[in-house]
Design a protein around this ligand. Structure first.
Ligand code: MN
Length: 376
C-alpha cells in the first residue's frame, strides 16, 4: 500500500522502466511480490483464501436492476439482442436480498458494492433516465439498509443531463452514503472527456469518490461498421463482452488522459474493470507512440494510470491477463471483482483461491485496496 504520494512516485518510476524493459530483463518482468509466492502458497493458501474464509473479500462490479429499468430498456431497444441478453439475467438482477446473500455466503464474499445495469439507458429521454436512475438509487439504498454489512452501492447517473447527474451523484454520496458512481461508457456517443461531462467529473473529485468506468453499448456508427455484417447474436456479443466494449473502454480511459482531464482534475479516480480493459497489454505501445506527442500533458501517460486509476478482475478468471495486470500495475492497484450475474461468484472464488500470489498481495486484492479506495 502506498503510504504517501512519494512512495507512489517511486513505484511509478520503476513501473515505467518495466514498460521499456527488453525481453532479457526477466527480473523486471516479475512483479515485486510475485517471486516469493511459490514458496509460501502451499502453506498459506488454506488460511488466506481457503474454505475458512479468513480473509475479508469485497467485490466491486456487481450488478442489479429494478423491474422499471429493465422494462424501459427492453422497450427502448425493440428486437435488439440486448433485450435477450438482459432478460436472461432478469431474476438474478432483480434479487437484492436472500438469493444474492446466499450466493455470496456460498462463495465467501463478505461485501458486494452494487451498481445498476443501465446499459442501453442512454437511448431513453433525459427525463425518463433521470427519474429511473433516481428511483433505482433509492431502491439500492433500501437494500443496503436491509443488509448494511453485506451490501454497498455506486450511484446510477443519467448522463443525458450532466448537471442533474452531478446533483444526483452528490445526493447519493452525501445522503445515501454510496461509495462512488458507475458510468456505462459513452452516452449518446459522448465520452466523459467531452466538456459537457465536466460537472460529473467535478463532482467525483469534490466528493472524493471514484467513478467506475464500465463498458457500454458502442456508438451506433461503430456498431454498424464493425459488427453489422456478422450473424446477429455473434455480432452483438463481439461488440460487447466478446471483444468490442472492452477495448472501447480502454480507449475511453486513454481519451481521458490525452484530453487533459487529469490535469484539470488531478485527484479524480477512475476504476476500470475486466482486468484493465486491455490497458495492461497495450500500455507500452501506447506510451511509446503517444507519449512523445502528448507534450501538453503534465505527466507521462503511464503515470496517470499509476496515480489516478484502479483495476478490477471482473469477468476475467484467467491467469495470464491477471499476471499482465499485476506486472504492469502492481498489487496496490488491483481489486477483486466478479461481474455478477454475468459471471458467477463461484467462478470468482475459484479463480481467487488459485492465484499464485503472496498473502500480502492477496489481502490487498481481496479487501485492502477496496477498503482504502472506497472507504469501506
Ligand atoms: Mn459489468
Amino acid at each position: 500500500m502506498y503510504e504517501s504520494d512519494a512512495d507512489a512516485k517511486v513505484l511509478s518510476v520503476d513501473r515505467r522502466e518495466l514498460l521499456k524493459a527488453p525481453a532479457g530483463a526477466a527480473e523486471l518482468l516479475v512483479a515485486p511480490s510475485f517471486g516469493q509466492q511459490n514458496a509460501t502458497r502451499t502453506a498459506e493458501s488454506p488460511t488466506i483464501a481457503g474454505s475458512g474464509s479468513a480473509v475479508r473479500t469485497i467485490t466491486l462490479e456487481e450488478h442489479f436492476a429494478t423491474p422499471e429499468v429493465l422494462d424501459a430498456i427492453v422497450k427502448a431497444w425493440p428486437g435488439d439482442p440486448l433485450v435477450d441478453y438482459l432478460q436472461a439475467k432478469r431474476a438474478k438482477l432483480l434479487d437484492l436480498g436472500s438469493g444474492r446473500i446466499a450466493e455470496m455466503d456460498a462463495s465467501q464474499i463478505d461485501l458486494q458494492v452494487l451498481s445498476l445495469t443501465g446499459i442501453g439507458m442512454d437511448r431513453l429521454a433525459p427525463a425518463d433516465a433521470i427519474a429511473l436512475s433516481h428511483d433505482s438509487n433509492d431502491n439500492l439504498a433500501a437494500a443496503i439498509h436491509a443488509h448494511p454489512d453485506r451490501l454497498a452501492g455506486f450511484a446510477a447517473l443519467a448522463l443525458q443531463d450532466p448537471e442533474k447527474a452531478a446533483l444526483e451523484f452528490e445526493r447519493c454520496v452525501r445522503q445515501l452514503k454510496f461509495k462512488g458512481a458507475l458510468i456505462n461508457g459513452a452516452t449518446n456517443g459522448i465520452f466523459l472527456d467531452n466538456p459537457r461531462s465536466t460537472p460529473v467529473l467535478e463532482a467525483a473529485q469534490a466528493l472524493d469518490v471514484p467513478i467506475y468506468l464500465h463498458p457500454g453499448l458502442p456508438p451506433t456508427a461503430v456498431r454498424e461498421a464493425y459488427y453489422g455484417e456478422l450473424p446477429r447474436e455473434l455480432g452483438f456479443i463481439l461488440s460487447l463482452p466478446g471483444w468490442g466494449w472492452h477495448v472501447e473502454t480502454g480507449m475511453h480511459s486513454m481519451r481521458l488522459i490525452l484530453s487533459g482531464v487529469f490535469d484539470r482534475f488531478p485527484r479524480l479516480k477512475i476504476v476500470l474493470g475486466h482486468m484493465g480493459e486491455a490497458v495492461p497489454f497495450f500500455l507500452a505501445r501506447s506510451e511509446g507512440f503517444l507519449g512523445p506527442r502528448a507534450k501538453s500533458l503534465n505527466r507521462h501517460i503511464s503515470d496517470y494510470f499509476y496515480e489516478n486509476f484502479y483495476f478490477t478482475t471482473s469477468g476475467y478468471f484467467s491467469l495470464p491477463p491477471f499476471l499482465c495486470a499485476l506486472q504492469i500495475f502492481g498489487a496496490d492497484r488491483i481489486l477483486f471483482s466478479v461481474d455478477h450475474p454475468f459471471n458467477t461468484m463461484a467462478q470468482g472464488r475459484a479463480f481467487l483461491n488459485g492465484l499464485p500470489i503472496s498473502s500480502d498481495d492477496m489481502r490487498k486484492i481481496t479487501h485492502g485496496n477496496a477498503e482504502r479506495v472506497f472507504k469501506l
